[in-house]
Design a binder for this molecule. Structure first.
Ligand SMILES: Nc1ncnc2c1ncn2[C@@H]1O[C@H](COP(=O)(O)OP(=O)(O)OP(=O)(O)O)[C@@H](O)[C@H]1O
Length: 729
């Protein structure tokens, strides 16, 4: 009987859904026709036609993309209200759709009229009698899940409102996990909805323990902000920052599936435009490079005499020798530096030098023709031009950063800021390889300390041939010279491409904020000076050892902005059994953790495989058994030192050959496989923000001992599984 009832309800909903799709297809056709019309106008070939065409084609393309994105699961909600409020059901969808008569067929989930869909509860039904979630595959409705919110109103209602299904949330939470995060539009819970719809002012801080939906809520908030003030956020840009490339790939589909593509998703190694770092320094080095004192080190570095640049200048002119000695040049350098950023002083360099030189001209032959003639002579003198442009070259941050790779230079600027031991560790980290994730904020600090190289237009160049007075020496050539000479080892460090003025965004969203180092706070802070912010995190999962220092840096980054706090209290990821195991661990090791309630029971307790003689055999048994029992992803979490070894094991187990095709490739590399494998090997830090159906933890004690914040890392690891958790060894 109930199956029959469900089939009837599904068929009825399908009719409505079909009607909405007819309308959606018509809108897509319209948008395409508009795009074609735009192209036709462009062909008319007058300038107005082209501008018009661009605007039309752009708008039409945006609309087409939005309509395409909304196709999957377009209609997902239905509200039946108390008949005294409205006799007609209201449908909620990924985007708003109206019919030809402009009647609303579908309400955008972000519209004010849809909020009741998420806020109504049995305790406060807000006029809702029945809330229904439609599950669909492509355009076909395959299930409905109802909640009765107001039983009395149901009795009063004249129409029949059957209640079908066991609740959409549980159905959604029990699904198998794949390699991507999915949107939760159909099942956003009331406390999450409040954080999503908070006004775009000041700082919205969303806290909560593991699996409470902080990430997914933050992403829906980004979509909400774009909807609520499209001009502001699309124009000014929305920046979403997460811990790692793996994490960004995990979350990257959520916003497009909500029809939003105008968002910059960046891992912490990619925040500076044009630079992409994917490698972490080892913890001891990372701790040094993340500390606030690095800002002072970078400030000092930016003020140094460019290594290899001339330290004196001498010229014989009209019976006199004019000398710029090291002492005088040092004073001039400090004088210029005190007037602002180094590159900004380029236009003043020649004038400053000439002033100092002119003061030395005392003889009659020199003085008689006056200052102007003196300037003209000097500016057409190759020796002077060459000296000036090398003494104060335009510099990019990557070049200046390269100076630090010289241990003597580092010792000089590091005096009193970093210890000898710290200098050695840093120098070692810079002796090989590309930029690390921890280097990026340092590079950014330098960008701001030296300023952008002034851009000159071609007109300016024509007007001033030597370019010196206007500060335009041949930038390209000088940069290459200094790179060649002062970047020992010849490693090419990618130079930032953005200009400082273009760094800002209208909204900055930071995920896993508890892990940001003080230097990373400074870096993201510079991108959000004029922005509103969303900050998401859980202090108990932090891998940064000096919490008070990070808190100060965060406060500085957000200075003057009003704080609005939201807290999420239900864990939707872990089974109750797994989360209680993890929470026991957190209490045992004394983490000051915010412990949410897990709502879903599976009857599967975590398994602890204690002392083992043959580690590989024990891990293999645990992984094979886990992979056989869950449909979705499996993570094998290992101490950093064992990553290659365990990858090699995984690659050699024939029973998992299909599920772990990428393991072989990952044996020798220090990166996490990015492929579509169902079974992957990860370190503790790699697992941040991710989730898997099954987790096998190899040697948990070693993960705990690996770094100063190993206990937090292990707590993160223990909270990644939705279904099965095993620890081995
Ligand atoms: N309202 C919801 N409906 C369905 N699924 C949800 C809901 N809220 C959260 N989830 C699911 O719970 C899981 C955890 O969400 P998410 O990763 O956003 O949590 P988190 O708080 O960021 O976790 P952590 O801090 O542990 O990384 C995800 O699979 C997410 O889709």
């Amino acid at each position: 009987m109930s199956e029959e009832l469900e089939a009837r309800e599904i068929a009825a909903e399908q009719q409505y859904v079909d009607e909405v799709y007819v309308q959606l297809d018509a809108s897509t056709q319209n948008a395409k026709a508009l795009a074609a019309e735009g192209h036709r106008r462009g062909k008319l070939e007058h300038e107005g036609g082209l501008v018009e065409r661009d605007a039309m084609v752009f708008q039409a393309a945006k609309r087409i993309a939005q309509l395409d994105a909304a196709h999957e699961g377009l209609v997902f909600g239905r509200l039946d209200l108390d008949p005294s409020i409205d006799q007609q059901p209201r449908y909620i969808g990924r985007i708003g759709v109206r019919n030809a008569e402009r009647d609303v067929l579908l309400i955008d989930w972000r519209a004010p009229a849809a909020s009741v869909f998420y806020q109504a509860t049995a305790a406060t039904p807000q006029g809702v009698v029945r809330r229904r979630v439609l599950r669909s595959l492509h355009r076909t409705v395959i299930g409905v899940e109802d909640e009765l919110l107001d039983a009395d109103a149901l009795e009063r209602a004249e129409t029949d409102l059957p209640i079908v299904g066991e609740g959409a949330l549980m159905a959604q939470l029990s699904r198998a996990r794949d390699r991507s995060m999915h949107s939760i539009v159909a099942t956003i819970q009331a406390e999450q909805d409040q954080a999503i719809r908070a006004p775009g002012k000041g700082v919205v801080s969303i806290s909560g323990g593991p699996g409470t939906g902080k990430t997914v809520v933050a992403l829906h908030r980004a979509a909400f902000l774009l909807y609520s003030d499209r001009r502001r956020y699309e124009g000014g840009g929305v920046l979403v920052v997460g811990p790692s490339g793996v994490f960004m790939r995990y979350i990257e589909r959520v916003l497009p599936s909500l029809g939003e593509t105008a968002v910059a998703l960046r891992s912490l190694g990619e925040v500076v435009g044009g630079v992409r770092a994917t490698r972490h320094d080892e913890p001891a080095v990372a701790d040094i490079k993340g500390a606030t004192k690095m800002a002072e080190l970078m400030r000092r570095t930016a003020r140094q005499h460019a290594p290899g640049a001339p330290t004196s200048f001498r010229i014989y002119w009209r019976d006199e020798t004019i000398v710029l000695d090291p002492g005088l040049l040092g004073r001039l350098r400090r004088q210029l530096m005190s007037q602002g950023r180094r590159n900004r002083q380029l236009p003043r360099v020649a004038r400053t030098l000439l002033d100092a030189m002119w003061r030395q001209v005392q003889g009659e032959r020199g003085r008689e023709r006056g200052r102007e003639a003196f300037d003209d002579d000097m500016l057409s003198h190759d020796g002077f031009v060459e000296f000036a442009s090398h003494w104060w070259p335009p510099l990019d941050a990557a070049t200046v950063f390269g100076w630090l790779r010289d241990p003597e230079f580092l010792a000089r600027v590091g005096e009193g800021v970093v210890t000898r031991e710290e200098q050695l560790l840093m120098a070692k980290s810079w002796s090989t390889g590309d930029l690390s994730i921890e280097d990026v904020p340092l590079l950014d600090e330098l960008r701001y300390a030296i300023g952008d190289v002034p851009q000159r237009t071609d007109d300016e160049r024509d007007l001033d041939e030597t370019g010196l007075l206007e500060g335009g020496v041949d930038l390209q050539e000088l940069t290459t010279i200094s790179e060649r000479e002062y970047a020992p080892g010849g490693l090419a460090w990618s130079a930032p491409t953005h200009r400082i003025d273009d760094d800002g965004y209208a909204h900055v969203l930071i995920d896993e904020a508890q892990d940001l180092t003080p230097m990373q706070w400074r870096m993201v802070g510079r991108r959000g000076r004029a922005a509103s912010w969303t900050i998401v995190g859980d202090p108990a999962q932090s891998s940064w050892p000096d919490a008070p220092e990070a808190a100060r840096a965060r406060a500085e980054a957000l200075e003057g902005k009003e704080l609005h706090e939201f807290h999420l209290s239900t864990n939707y990821r872990n089974s109750a059994e797994i989360y209680s195991f993890a929470a026991d661990y957190a209490r045992r090791v004394g983490l000051d953790a915010d412990l949410p309630d897990a709502v879903r029971r599976t009857g599967e307790e975590p398994r602890v495989v204690g002392r083992v003689d043959d580690l590989e055999a024990a891990v293999r048994e645990a992984v094979t058994s886990t992979a056989g029992r869950v449909e979705g992803t499996v993570g094998i979490v290992v101490p950093v030192a064992r990553r290659s070894e365990v990858n090699a094991w995984l690659a050699s187990w024939p029973e998992l050959a299909e599920d772990a095709a990428g393991a072989r490739a990952a044996v020798d590399s220090s990166v996490t496989p990015s492929g579509e494998d169902r079974v992957v090997v990860l370190t503790g830090l790699d697992t941040k923000g991710l989730e898997f159906d099954g987790i096998v933890v190899v040697k948990p004690q070693e993960i705990e001992d690996e770094s100063a914040t190993g206990r937090s890392t292990l707590y993160v690891v223990l909270t990644r599984a939705t279904q099965l958790l095993t620890t081995v060894g």
